[in-house]
Design a protein around this ligand. Structure first.
Ligand SMILES: Cc1cc2nc3c(=O)[nH]c(=O)nc-3n(C[C@H](O)[C@H](O)[C@H](O)COP(=O)(O)O)c2cc1C
Length: 316
C-alpha cells in the first residue's frame, strides 16, 4: 500500500509523540514551522475500547494538522482492534501508531510500551489486531533495545507485516531519555525493511538532524524535546539541508512564536489552553535562566493579555 509516508518528500520531519505535550495547539505550531507529520499523545487502547469519551476528546485534530497520526498504547491485544476501529471511524486521522517504546514506569510495569519487547508474541498480536481494526496505515515506534531484546531481531520477525513505517528511538530502555544514539541499529533496520524508517533521539539542532540522516540512511527524523525548545527547528532543518546554513531566531521572533502558539491554544482550548501554555512558555525561554522574575510571571499567566504583558518584560 502506498501511504502518506511514501508520498511525503524526504527526509520526513516528524513531531514525535509526547504525552502531556503533543496536544492540538502544540501540533499546530510545529506544523506552522514545517513539521511534515504530527503524532498525538499516546492514547490508551483499553480506555478507547471501553468507549472512553475523554480519551477520544484528547485525540481530536483540525484539518491544518494533516498528516496526523494517533498513537495507541496498551498491554492487551484484545482491545487494539476495537480501539483502532473507533479511532478510524470517529477521529479519522491519517495513520495509527503503536507505542512499543515507552519506558515510563506506569506504562512499562503494566506490560505496555517498551515492555512489549519482552513479550514479543503479545507485541505481534497487538500489531495483528490493530491491522484488523483499520484500513489506515499502521506504524510502530520502538527502542533500539530493551534488556537482551534487540530492535533488529524484533524487526526481522515482523518485517513482512504490512506496516507503513517504523520510528526507532536509538536508545535502549535502560538509557531512557539520555545517552548516546545507536545509529548502527537504525541503519540495519533501514536496510532490512521496505517501508520508511524514521530515526529518533537527541535531535536538537539542524546539524544533529543531518548527522542522524547521514549515519542511519533513514527516511526521516522524529523530533520530541528539540521541538519543545524551538518548534521552528523543523524549518531550520529544511533550510540547513538545502543550503548548509540556517536562520537563528532572535528574541523578537521567539516572542512572536510563543504568542502565536498561545493564540492557537486559546482558539483550540479556550481559557484552559492559556493555562496549559505555562509549561510550554518555560521551554521557549529556557535559555533565559537569569530572568527569574520573568519566568515566575510566565507560570502565572491566565490570559493572552497576561502573556503579551509578560513577554514585554524581556528586552528585544
Ligand atoms: C515528556 C515526554 C513524553 C513522551 N511521550 C511519549 C509517548 O506518548 N509516546 C511515545 O512513543 N514516546 C513518547 N516519548 C518519547 C519521545 O517520542 C522520543 O522518543 C524521546 O523523547 C527521544 O526523542 P528526543 O531526544 O527528540 O526527545 C515522550 C518523551 C517525552 C520527553
Amino acid at each position: 500500500m502506498i501511504t502518506f509516508y511514501e508520498k511525503i518528500e524526504k527526509p520526513i520531519l516528524a513531531l514525535a509523540p509526547m504525552a502531556g505535550y503533543t496536544n492540538q495547539p502544540f501540533r499546530r505550531i510545529c506544523k506552522f514551522y514545517g513539521a511534515d507529520v504530527l503524532y498525538s499523545e499516546m492514547a490508551s487502547a483499553t480506555a478507547l475500547s471501553y468507549g472512553g469519551k475523554k480519551t477520544l476528546e484528547l485525540l481530536k485534530f483540525s484539518k491544518d494538522e494533516r498528516p496526523y497520526v494517533v498513537q495507541l498504547f496498551g498491554n492487551d491485544p484484545k482491545y487494539f482492534q476495537n480501539a483502532a476501529r473507533i479511532v478510524t471511524e470517529k477521529i479519522r486521522p491519517d495513520g495509527i501508531d503503536i507505542n512499543m517504546g515507552c519506558p515510563a514506569p506506569k506504562v512499562y510495569k503494566t506490560g505496555a510500551g517498551a515492555a512489549l519487547f519482552c513479550d514479543q508474541g503479545k507485541a505481534i498480536a497487538i500489531i495483528e489486531e490493530t491491522l484488523k481494526g483499520t484500513d489506515l496505515p499502521v506504524s510502530i515506534k520502538i527502542r533500539s533495545r530493551v534488556s537482551k531484546y534487540t530492535a533488529y531481531k524484533f524487526m526481522k520477525k515482523i518485517k513482512d507485516y504490512p506496516l507503513a513505517a517504523v520510528m526507532v528511538h536509538g536508545r535502549s530502555y535502560e538509557k531512557a531519555f539520555s545517552g548516546s544514539i545507536d545509529y548502527i541499529t537504525i541503519k540495519r533496520i533501514k536496510e532490512m525493511v521496505s517501508y520508511p524508517v524514521i530515526a529518533n533521539g537527541g535531535i536538537n539542532t539542524p546539524e544533529e538532524a543531518k548527522m542522524m540522516l547521514e549515519r542511519t540512511g533513514a527516511d526521516g527524523v522524529g523530533i520530541a524535546r528539540g521541538a519543545l525548545k524551538n518548534p521552528w527547528l523543523f524549518l531550520q532543518i529544511k533550510e540547513y539541508l538545502e543550503t548548509g546554513e540556517y536562520h537563528e531566531f532572535d528574541l523578537k521572533e521567539i516572542k512572536t512564536a510563543a504568542l502565536r502558539h498561545t493564540e492557537m491554544a486559546q482558539d483550540d482550548m479556550g481559557a484552559h489552553g492559556v493555562l496549559e501554555m505555562r509549561k510550554y512558555l518555560l521551554w521557549y525561554f529556557r535559555g533565559f535562566e537569569n530572568a527569574k522574575e520573568f519566568r515566575r510571571k510566565l507560570v502565572e499567566v491566565e490570559s493572552l493579555e497576561d502573556v503579551k504583558r509578560t513577554l514585554e518584560m524581556l528586552e528585544g
